[in-house]
Design a protein around this ligand. Structure first.
Ligand SMILES: [Zn+2]
Ligand SMILES: [Zn+2]
Length: 367
């Protein structure tokens, strides 16, 4: 038996299909038959060579869902259940977090662990089936996995995908209080999930800035009260509108998910005195933002927090959130189009041109 996977050989090189042998399963390991994986902004960054430490060639696809085909068990999952063949399994893409390094053991910031590996990003294709753009995914022993709750469809899960898991972390960092006025910068997959979670956190007002028009429409369906198109308004116009909606003071909390240095400058100007700003969208280096420390931080008594990666707890809590809310929050609509393995060059081009919030991969499809 061999497994077909889509491989990214190097930055800017076309994606190609390769055959891999079915892996030997170690005690505690699992082999999933992939149902869905995704093509997200990170995959576009990978294709542009903008992430450091990537061991090309790789099998991309970091967040995925699959059916358990084989396991060398018994295996107790993170949700306390025993893994059974045929289960719909989801897993946390970050693995080998060591628990012993300074970041893990001392500073309490495991997303900065120096030993962590990420499926589809920092695992080489030569090391095995560690990516979702593949007919099968190998979960090595120690990967945090769970059964997808019965009421959550695979489309709901993968529509939320990595963006939802990142959003759970960003919302924790934002520490929203009931009736806070929240602004979200960016209406990509992360921003859309942050909008929904800010609403669920009890925000009185959720304002979203982004583009293009169809994303802003989806942002309203996710729970935004007001959306502002950054391609059709000036920062001055947005300042007046946002201040008008927030009692003249500005949002209590702003969460950045846009990756734009200009968005940072705008947030520092419009956020209220004593407010909080969480930066989650500068996953790659988009260049410097201009800050006036007196006006924007010191005199404002502003709190600024970064948000890097996510932890297994954010993944497990995302499952509970989907179980409770996927019926009325349209996460599945973020995964706008499904591609087979042999059309992923097209999927990357569509993601790059922002023609859709997120492309899905279904290796069972034949084009
Ligand atoms: Zn560590
Ligand atoms: Zn992603």
């Amino acid at each position: 038996m061999s497994v077909v996977a889509a491989v990214m050989p190097a930055p800017f090189a076309p994606i190609e299909l390769r055959e891999f042998p079915e892996p030997d399963i170690e005690p505690g390991g699992m082999l999933l038959e992939t149902m869905f994986s995704e093509v997200c902004g990170t995959d576009v960054h990978l294709w542009h060579g903008r992430l450091s430490g990537v061991p090309y060639p790789i099998i991309p696809g970091h967040v995925s869902v699959g059916r358990l085909a084989k396991a060398r068990g018994p295996i107790t999952l993170a949700d306390g259940r025993q893994a059974r063949e045929g289960d719909r399994i989801v897993f946390f893409d970050v693995h080998r977090t060591c628990g012993r390094c300074y970041a893990c053991a001392v500073s309490g910031t495991p997303t900065k662990c120096v030993h962590r590996k990420v499926y589809g990003i920092t695992d080489a294709a030569a090391d095995g089936l560690f990516g979702g753009w593949s007919e099968a995914i190998y979960l090595e022993p120690g990967v945090v996995a769970a059964v997808l709750p019965d009421s959550v469809t695979a489309e709901d899960y993968i529509g939320g995908g990595c963006g939802l898991i990142t959003a759970v972390h960003a919302i924790d960092r934002a520490a929203i209080r009931l009736a806070d006025r929240v602004m979200v910068q960016g209406t990509g997959a992360v921003g859309l999930s942050i909008i929904a979670l800010a609403r669920l956190s009890g925000a009185a007002t959720v304002i979203a800035t982004g583009a293009p028009a169809d994303r802003l429409e989806l942002a309203r369906q996710m729970g935004a009260d007001l959306t502002l198109d950054v391609s059709k308004t000036t920062p001055e116009e947005r300042f007046a509108l946002i201040r008008g909606l927030t009692g003249g003071r500005g949002p209590d909390i702003i969460i950045e998910a846009s990756g734009s240095p200009r968005a940072v400058e705008e947030a520092l100007t419009v956020v209220r005195d004593g407010g909080r700003y969480v930066i989650a969208g500068h996953y790659t280096d988009a260049g410097p933002s201009t800050v006036n420390a007196h006006q924007h931080i010191n005199r404002k008594h502003l709190e600024i927090r970064g948000c890097w990666g996510s932890e297994a707890g954010h993944f497990i809590r995302a499952l509970s959130i989907l179980e409770q809310h996927a019926r009325h929050v349209p996460w599945r609509q973020i995964g706008a189009r499904v591609y087979p393995l042999n059309r992923l060059n097209e999927a990357l081009a569509d993601a790059e041109a922002m023609r859709l919030p997120k492309a899905l991969v279904d290796p069972r499809l034949r084009a």
